[in-house]
Design a protein around this ligand. Structure first.
Ligand SMILES: [Fe+2]
Ligand SMILES: [Fe+2]
Length: 239
């Protein structure tokens, strides 16, 4: 919450180099098991189960949207940012709600009071409703706080995924709770954002409630997800 706009931009540029690792999507799913997310109430559950539970729940209700199944599988892979090989970022900088920088911090943002320590709060250009942006400019043009969402978006996009725009939108904004829980910042959205947003709302229901105790047989569903990975991603990705 105390990372200023300039720092976020620098961090994003650094990670955009994708020079931390080379591996497949599935290899990253396995690697993610090494990350323990303190904000996750189901600590006893391996991360891969959360990914597959979310994906399988969506698959049941939306059998034809295979891109959304894969989106669910990969949406949290950016959490590898916590691992030493990826910069070993502290948890608070990787998980948790995301929000725009360069315009007023909405009061709905969790721990809003801590923005007092953010240098941006003293910059008058950043303190109005639109800040440095124009109304309806599109979220693509908005600098978001850094986290696992934006990182995975970069990885997918820069590696040339063929997933549709809605998938990239879901990955990039699934922790943007001020938008999808509170309905804030909609004035920055454009028409395409609004189309994709419908899928984000669907996705979020599953992301939150898939943590049922229904165990997923990883080996059983693995071939299906490998086929989706092959359809939408190159065999090896740069991270
Ligand atoms: Fe997430
Ligand atoms: Fe998640």
């Amino acid at each position: 919450m105390n990372i200023a706009w300039v720092q976020v931009k620098r961090m994003r540029e650094e990670y955009k180099k994708l020079d931390k690792a080379e591996m497949s999507i599935w290899e990253c799913c396995v690697l993610l098991n090494e990350v323990v997310d303190d904000s996750d109430p189901d600590l006893d559950e391996p991360q891969i189960e959360h990914l597959l539970q979310t994906a399988e729940a969506i698959r049941k209700d939306y059998p034809n949207e295979d891109w959304l199944h894969l989106t669910a599988l990969i949406h949290d892979l950016g959490k590898v940012l916590c691992l030493p090989a990826f910069g070993g970022l502290p948890q608070w900088a990787v998980v948790g709600d995301t929000f725009p920088l360069g315009c007023a911090f909405d009061e709905s943002i969790v721990h809003h009071k801590y923005f007092k320590q953010n240098p941006d709060i003293k910059n008058p250009a950043y303190s109005t409703k639109n800040g440095v942006y124009e109304e309806g400019c599109g979220l693509e043009n908005v600098v978001m706080s850094w986290g696992h969402d934006d990182y995975m978006y970069l990885v997918a996009k820069e590696n040339g995924t063929t997933l549709p725009p809605a998938a990239l939108f879901v990955i990039r904004y699934h922790s943007f709770y001020p938008l999808h829980r509170e309905g804030k910042y909609t004035h920055l959205m454009n028409e395409e954002d609004r189309e994709c947003f419908k899928w984000l709302q669907i996705f979020n229901k599953y992301d939150l409630y898939s943590k049922s105790k229904v165990r997923v047989d990883v080996e059983k569903v693995k071939p299906y997800y490998l086929s989706l990975i092959e359809k939408y991603f190159p065999a090896k990705l740069r991270w």
